[in-house]
Design a protein around this ligand. Structure first.
Ligand SMILES: Cc1ncc(COP(=O)(O)O)c(C=O)c1O
Length: 455
């Protein structure tokens, strides 16, 4: 494709498109955005013909990798039959998908509200939790407890969960939704309690949830929400004590436990769902991304029949036009079939261990890496100005700008926020892809450390 056309299309993007969290003035100066035209496996090709390794598989969502035409085939087939559902009806792929989710998910999760994105799935979960309590005569329960640093989405309600905003601020959208309570995250590396062991961190952070429930009044709390392992803060894996304690605390006070599997679901952590590492069962589970490898928009909110039966003859006000789209459901079923048939969950475990070892080795050479953590193919490296004190880089250093430029120079599509480098490639990666990721990060850190004068 001719370069002139590339410039033309790039300029059109700068003029007409509003991209995720991207400043178009800055992009214009740095020759961005890249315009992608093709993808295969873990690699994508831009409009100049250059091929890149997509270290994140989109937004940690293209589990199958790019270019699986089987998904296109089933979508075409379903679209040729029926593309949508007339009011008050449903379709076969959607029914089958809900049944498949019931089969795959842990515990007694069995009834699914299909949705079109992860944020929406979490909005649905929170509405359900509140409506559930109301139907049981406890209308005072509206508060939601989440963990600092978690991310549960970007829409009106869920953006106030987790308190994740770092470089850009939520103050544009104030006032906050009422009843959002934030508790410490079980991240041993950055433990607010300075605990000596990961177990101590886990126990104190779980205890913080009970303290918050008691402080706010147990009869005012509707739910606790959390990701089994949280990506934005670099995928710290809680010690085994954490989730069982949280489950017990929720049960003790009649609080629902919502597990957000939008990023961890469908094999990302080396098990079908991240919460399976911790052997507890949620009341409500949300999922997105890997459910369809983001070939089309789709998400889901699944609950146990214990919760669902409350709504059986007293439904709640909730409808989304794109929820329950049969084309997306057919594509998701094929996606899950491929994940199962090609053992991608196991591959995530095996390659995840290999990749984590490679990244951990880099700590020996690179003093600005303070910690490497994660599980399966949900990994993170924390960057620090001083390894001993764990001091973060100041904003003026612009570590994100520096390292992201080097990732690009090394052929990696990978963006760090300057605090952590998160790594979450498609689940189809092989060992040589992992080597290429480690080598690219290694070379990038080398240049940045020289620029910083730490080498
Ligand atoms: C754990 C988690 N929950 C929810 C969301 C929001 O999903 P979506 O971007 O599809 O709205 C994300 C997105 O990254 C996520 O990682």
């Amino acid at each position: 494709m001719a370069n002139t056309h590339t410039d033309e299309i790039r300029n059109m993007a700068l003029q007409y498109q509003w991209m995720h969290n991207a400043d178009w003035t800055q992009m214009a100066e740095t020759g961005e955005p890249l315009v992608m035209v093709k993808g295969e496996g873990v690699r994508v090709t831009d409009s100049t013909g250059k091929t890149w390794l997509d270290v994140h598989g989109g937004y940690t969502c293209v589990h199958l990798g790019y270019g699986r035409t089987e998904i296109a085939d089933v979508a075409y087939d379903q679209m040729s039959k029926i593309t949508y559902f007339p009011q008050g009806t449903t379709t076969i792929p959607v029914i089958e998908l809900c049944e498949k989710i019931a089969e795959l998910t842990p515990g007694d999760l069995s009834r699914t509200f299909p949705g079109s994105g992860g944020s929406e799935a979490n909005e649905t979960a929170i509405k359900m939790a509140k409506a559930y309590h109301r139907r049981r005569g406890e209308s005072g329960r509206y508060k939601i407890i989440s963990r600092k640093g978690s991310y549960h989405g970007t829409t009106g309600g869920v953006m106030w969960l987790g308190n994740n905003a770092t470089d850009f601020s939520l103050s544009d959208f104030e006032p906050a939704a009422p009843g959002m309570i934030h508790v410490p995250h079980p991240n041993h590396y950055r433990d607010e309690y300075n605990s000596k062991t990961p177990s101590e961190t886990a126990i104190k952070c779980a205890q913080a949830i009970e303290d918050a429930i008691l402080m706010h009044g147990p009869k005012t709390v509707a739910a606790v929400i959390g990701e089994p392992v949280s990506q934005p803060i670099g995928a710290p894996v809680p010690a085994p004590e954490y989730w069982p304690m949280v489950r017990d605390i929720c049960d003790k006070y009649g609080v629902l436990l919502i597990i957000d599997e939008v990023i961890t679901g469908f094999g990302r952590t080396g098990k079908m769902f991240g919460i399976e590492h911790f052997d507890i069962h949620p009341d409500i589970m949300t999922m997105g991304k890997g459910i369809i490898s983001s070939y089309l928009p789709l998400a889901a909110t699944t609950m146990s029949e214990r919760i669902a039966e409350t709504f059986g003859s007293d439904n709640m006000w909730h409808a989304v036009t794109s929820a329950g789209n049969p084309v997306a459901a057919a594509a998701a079923l094929k996606n899950i079939e491929i994940i199962e048939n090609e053992n991608l969950v196991e591959n995530s475990k095996v390659q995840g261990e290999y990749l984590k070892n490679g990244l951990t080795e880099l700590m020996k050479k690179h003093p600005i890496v303070g910690d490497v953590r994660g599980i399966g193919l949900l990994l993170g490296m924390e960057l620090v100005a001083d390894r001993e004190s764990k001091e973060k880089f100041s904003k003026e250093v612009n570590i994100a700008g520096k390292i992201n430029k080097e990732f690009k120079n090394n052929g990696l599509i990978l963006q760090s926020d300057g605090n952590v480098i998160t790594v979450g490639p498609p689940l189809c990666v092989d060992q040589s892809d992992c080597d290429e990721i480690v080598d690219g990060i290694d070379a990038s850190l080398e240049v940045v450390e020289q620029q910083l004068g730490v080498k």
